[in-house]
Write a protein of this length. Structure first.
Length: 318
């Protein structure tokens, strides 16, 4: 219980620090959000009175400390403010883009997790064979390639040289379910290929760390079939710390999925973040950063809690 409270306290402190940096870094930017609105509005220029009214409406005319207190007050009320450009609540603007990113992550990560675990089991079962060597080399290569390179290679091969799939993942009105899935295939594949190498290497290391344990030798001495040794004993013992590490991998993969979204023009959080940066939309950019930071902190906390509850060694140390 003390360990859980300590983890909650650490993550709360990190969250407060991240929220403060999220506010301050944007306010230190030299550009004005209204300058971007003027540029986007076909040359329309605000008068001094109009600019003052806009700043008063959005609270940008107040001292920095007053804006900071208002920012935290809105957060504790569950409000992220109003977008300067879209003139809508930030939560409404973010929701569809967040859903798109979640779909891409879900369709890419969990198949990569299943394939990575199965290939790691094969490598452990056929250790020091050509199969193990080939899998290890391939996964090292996939892990070494940055996600944008994998995405551009797939785009070139399967959408340009062999036009089997569309070059963009943007959905248009009236598209059917099948066409939407077809447009999602390349982004999902690029993200999954980037993830599967890391998952394989992490799982392979965790399985090998358990393979030499006395209980594995005892199971073999009892005549337990080799397949059951790996599935029921080795995988079961390696799973608790492995789940925690995979949860951390999911948290760290959010940066990679943003690159994939940009290559395929996928309407996810990265698209919205770049639009907010180009228009200096402070509330919207704060909202995007807040959602991303919240996801990372939540997954980090979940990984720590999984390790604390599932790994007996951690419970004994606590």
């Amino acid at each position: 219980m003390r360990r859980v409270l300590a983890l909650l306290g650490q993550n709360l402190a990190l969250a407060l620090l991240a929220l403060a940096l999220n506010f301050l870094l944007l306010r230190l930017a030299p550009a004005s959000p209204f300058a971007a609105l003027e540029r986007d509005d076909l040359g329309t220029v605000f008068t001094a009175e109009q600019r003052a009214r806009l700043e008063a409406h959005y609270g940008l005319d107040r001292p920095l400390w007053a804006q900071f207190l208002a920012y935290f007050g809105r957060l504790f009320q569950g409000r992220l403010g109003e977008s300067l450009y879209f003139n809508q609540p930030v939560t409404q603007v973010i929701a569809p883009y967040l859903a798109n990113t979640a779909i891409l992550v879900g369709l890419g990560f969990f198949p990569a997790l299943l394939v990575g675990l199965l290939l790691a089991l094969l490598s452990v079962a056929f250790h020091r064979t050509p199969l193990d060597g080939g899998l290890f080399t391939t996964m090292i290569l996939l892990k070494s390639l940055p996600p944008y390179f994998t995405a551009m290679a797939l785009l070139l091969l399967l959408a340009v040289l062999w036009p089997l799939f569309p070059t963009t993942a943007t959905s248009l009105p009236g598209m059917g379910f099948g066409e939407n899935l077809r447009r999602l295939f390349l982004p999902v594949l690029a993200y999954a290929l980037w993830e599967v190498g890391t998952i394989y290497l992490v799982a392979r290391g965790a399985l090998f760390s358990v393979l030499g344990s006395p209980f594995v030798a005892y199971a073999r001495a009892k005549g337990v079939p080799e397949s059951w040794v790996y599935l029921r004993h080795v995988l079961r013992a390696a799973l608790p710390p492995l789940l925690a590490r995979i949860t951390l991998l999911l948290a760290g993969s959010l940066g990679g999925v943003f690159f994939v979204e940009r290559v395929f023009a996928y309407p996810g959080l990265s698209t919205l973040a770049l639009a907010a940066v180009g228009r200096f939309d402070y509330p919207l950019l704060e909202g995007v950063f807040l959602v991303s930071l919240g996801a990372v902190l939540f997954l980090n906390l979940l990984a720590d809690l999984l390790l604390a509850f599932l790994d007996p060694r951690t419970r004994e140390a606590a």
